[in-house]
Design a protein around this ligand. Structure first.
Ligand code: GLY
Length: 584
C-alpha cells in the first residue's frame, strides 16, 4: 500500500516534470539531413556537467571555470552528490569511471565495493538453505567495503590538477550551508523515514521532520544542512585517503558497523584499493564505444548487444517500432543470459570477453531469432564458448574546456543503500552485497539471476550493471553517457546511444524518449507506462512477448553530453528526475 502511494507520488511528480520540461525548455531547433527537427537541451561552448542535482552540476562547472579539469570536477560533483543526493551519493558505496583524455587516451577505474574478509558464500541463507532477502538488502550485513574515497584519490593522483582541499571546499560549504529539498526528495524521505528509524534503531537526519508524527515538518524548498558530513570531508581534505581507510573516520565507521552487528573490520578498510582497468572497446557502425569492463557487466553486455543488432536496419524499421523493439529485445535477452553465467569479478574469474563481444559470436547467438514470434527465455541458455571453463545508483557525464570527457556511475545499490546512516559521519552505507549471487539461480532485488562466477567470496567485488560509456565518432569524442537503474542500466544506455546514432535525436530528446527493457529472466518486456501505443503492445503480445508497464523511475535517469558538429556541447538531463545540465 505504502509502495503504491509512493509510486503514484513519483508518477505524479514525473508527469509534472515532463510538463514543466516542455514548458521551460529553451529549445534551439536544428534541421538534420533527414529533415527531422531536433529540440535541443542545454547548449554550452566548452564546459558541461549533467548530474542528478543542480547543486552538484553547478559546483563541477565552477571548478572547471576556475581552470580545473574534468577529473577535478568529477571529484567535486561526486562528493557534492553525497550532500545533495543521499539517495545514491556514495561516500558509503562505490562506482566506476570511464574517461577519454583530450589526446584520445582512454581508461577506466573500478572502485566497486568488496565483500568483507569474514563474508561466506552462505551468509544470507537460512537453515534450509533458502535466501533471507532482507539480510542482503537492509542493515549491517548488506554492507560491502566502500570504495568511493579510494577511487576519488586514485583519480586525483593520476589525472587531477587542483589541490584536493580546493576541490572539496565548495562541497564542504554546501554541507554546512545546506541544500534545497525538491518535491521528489521530499516524497522519498517521507516514504523512507520510518524505515531509517527502524534499521538504525534511532532517529536520523533524514527521518526527523519527514515523519507523519513530527510536529515540525520539512517542506519542499527547505534547506537541509549536514554538519557531520562537512566535518568528515574536512578531515579527508586534510589527511587524504588514509583518513577514510585507517584514520579517525575509519575507526568511527568500523565501530558504528560492528555496534549494529556488521562484520566489516579495520583490516577490510585498510586493504581496500581501487583498480585501473582496461576499458571494453567495441565498434558499432561508425562509432567506437568505450565501456566499463568487469566487475561491471555494462561494457561487455553493451558491446554484445550492439554487435547482435548491427546487421539489422533499425532506421528503416523506425524508432520504437515493433521490429526495432523485437531486434533489441532479443539481443538483450541473449546478452543477459550470458551475463548471468559468465560474468563476475575478473580478479576471481577467467571471463571470455573477446569471444563474448566478437562479431562471429553475435551472429551465432541471433541465428534462432525470428520476427514471427518471441524466443522464450526458457529456450535461451548462455552461449557456448570453446575453451571456457566454467535502485539506487546515480550517473553524471561531463566534458571540460580542454576536451577531456568523463562518464561516472556511482551507487549505494538500493535507495539509501542498507538504510544504515552513520550519523557521526553524515552518510548512508551501501547494500551492495545483494548484487552478489546470494544463491546461484536465485534472483536478486533486480530479478537478476547469477551463477558461480558471481558467488560470494571474501574480498571479491560483486557484479554490477553500471555502464558509464564514452563514444567516439570518426575518431573524435562524440558522447559521454550513463544512468542509474539497476539491471535496466545497460538497456537504457543502449537505447540512448541508438536514439542519437540511428534515429537522429538530440541528446536531450534521446534521454527523454520512452524506453523498454528485457533481461532474459523474468521473461517479460518492461515498457514505460503510457508511452507506447496499445496497437504496438498488442502486436508484440500476439507474437509471444509478455508485456509489463512499469513506473518510469526504474527505467533509469540517463545523463549525457553530446559534442555537436560545430564543437559546442549539448547536455541531456533526464526529465524523470531532478537532473540538471550546467554549462558555459
Ligand atoms: N547496484 C547496481 C549495480 O551495480 O548494478
Amino acid at each position: 500500500m505504502l509502495l503504491k502511494n509512493y509510486t503514484s507520488h513519483i508518477l505524479a511528480f514525473s508527469k509534472c516534470l515532463i510538463l514543466s520540461f516542455f514548458i521551460v525548455l529553451t529549445a534551439c531547433k536544428t534541421e538534420t539531413p533527414h529533415e527531422r527537427t531536433i529540440e535541443r537541451g542545454k547548449i554550452a561552448d566548452s564546459i558541461m556537467v549533467v548530474s542528478a542535482r543542480e547543486e552538484a552540476s553547478r559546483i563541477g562547472a565552477e571548478i572547471m571555470r576556475k581552470g580545473g579539469n574534468a577529473f577535478d570536477a568529477l571529484i567535486a560533483v561526486d562528493m557534492a552528490l553525497n550532500v545533495a543526493y543521499p539517495f545514491a551519493g556514495s561516500l558509503g558505496g562505490g562506482g566506476f569511471m570511464v574517461y577519454r583524455k583530450a589526446n584520445g587516451e582512454v581508461g577506466s577505474i573500478d572502485y566497486r565495493e568488496k565483500a568483507p574478509i569474514a563474508a561466506t558464500h552462505d551468509m544470507y541463507l537460512d537453515a534450509e538453505g533458502n535466501p533471507v532477502d532482507s539480510l542482503s538488502r537492509q542493515g549491517p550485513l548488506a554492507v560491502g567495503v566502500p570504495g568511493s574515497i579510494a577511487g576519488m584519490f586514485a583519480i586525483h593522483e593520476k589525472l587531477g590538477s587542483l589541490p584536493m582541499a580546493e576541490i572539496l571546499q565548495p562541497v564542504i560549504e554546501l554541507a554546512e550551508n545546506g541544500y534545497q529539498i525538491t518535491d521528489n526528495q521530499l516524497a522519498r524521505f517521507q516514504y523512507y523515514a520510518s524505515v531509517f528509524d527502524k534499521v538504525n534503531e534511532k532517529e536520523t537526519l533524514y527521518s526527523i521532520g519527514f515523519r507523519e508524527s513530527d510536529s515540525t515538518k520539512i517542506k519542499s524548498g527547505d534547506l537541509v544542512k549536514n554538519p557531520q558530513l562537512a566535518e568528515t570531508l574536512k578531515r579527508i581534505a586534510a589527511n587524504g585517503k588514509q583518513e577514510f581507510y585507517e584514520g579517525e573516520t575509519a575507526q568511527k565507521l568500523v565501530e558504528f558497523i560492528q555496534n549494529h552487528g556488521g562484520i566489516i573490520t579495520l583490516d577490510d578498510l585498510k586493504s581496500y584499493e581501487a583498480v585501473w582497468r582496461k576499458p571494453i572497446i567495441s565498434n558499432y557502425k561508425n562509432l567506437r564505444v568505450i565501456g566499463m569492463p568487469p566487475p561491471s557487466s555494462g561494457g561487455v553486455c553493451l558491446a554484445e548487444i550492439l554487435k547482435m543488432i548491427e546487421p539489422y536496419d533499425l532506421k528503416s524499421f523506425g524508432h520504437n517500432s515493433v521490429k526495432s523493439i523485437q531486434v533489441i529485445t532479443e539481443a538483450e535477452r541473449r546478452a543477459y543470459a550470458d551475463r548471468s553465467f559468465f560474468l563476475g569479478d575478473p580478479d576471481f574469474n577467467d571471463i571470455p570477453i573477446d569471444s563474448l563481444t566478437s562479431k562471429d559470436y553475435a551472429v551465432k547467438r541471433m541465428t534462432n531469432f525470428s520476427f514471427d514470434k518471441a524466443t522464450p527465455s526458457s529456450e535461451v541458455k548462455h552461449g557456448v564458448i570453446s575453451g571456457y571453463e566454467s535502485m539506487e545508483t546515480t550517473h553524471f557525464s561531463l566534458i571540460d574546456q580542454y576536451g577531456n570527457a568523463v562518464a561516472l556511475t556511482t551507487t549505494l545499490n538500493g535507495a539509501y543503500g542498507s538504510k544504515l546512516y552513520v550519523d557521526e559521519l553524515g552518510f548512508f552505507l551501501n547494500n551492495e552485497m545483494d548484487d552478489f549471487s546470494v544463491k546461484p539461480g536465485e534472483p536478486n532485488m533486480f530479478g537478476l539471476i547469477g551463477a558461480e562466477a558471481n558467488k560470494i567470496e571474501p574480498q571479491k567485488r560483486m557484479l554490477s550493471s553500471m555502464t558509464p560509456t564514452i563514444v567516439e565518432k570518426e575518431g573524435k569524442l562524440w558522447m559521454t553517457v550513463g544512468t542509474p537503474g539497476g539491471s535496466t542500466i545497460i538497456t537504457s544506455v543502449l537505447q540512448t546511444i541508438l536514439n542519437v546514432a540511428v534515429f537522429d535525436y538530440g541528446m536531450q530528446e534521446a534521454v527523454d524518449a520512452p524506453r523498454f527493457h528485457h533481461q532474459w529472466l523474468p521473461d517479460v518486456v518492461t515498457f514505460e507506462p503510457d508511452a507506447f501505443g496499445k496497437e504496438l503492445l498488442d502486436t508484440l503480445s500476439n507474437k509471444g512477448y509478455e508485456i509489463r508497464q512499469e513506473n518510469s523511475v526504474i527505467l533509469g535517469k540517463v545523463d549525457g553530453v553530446l559534442v555537436l558538429p560545430d564543437g559546442s556541447l549539448e547536455g541531456g538531463a533526464d526529465r524523470r528526475g531532478d537532473d540538471t545540465a550546467v554549462g558555459f
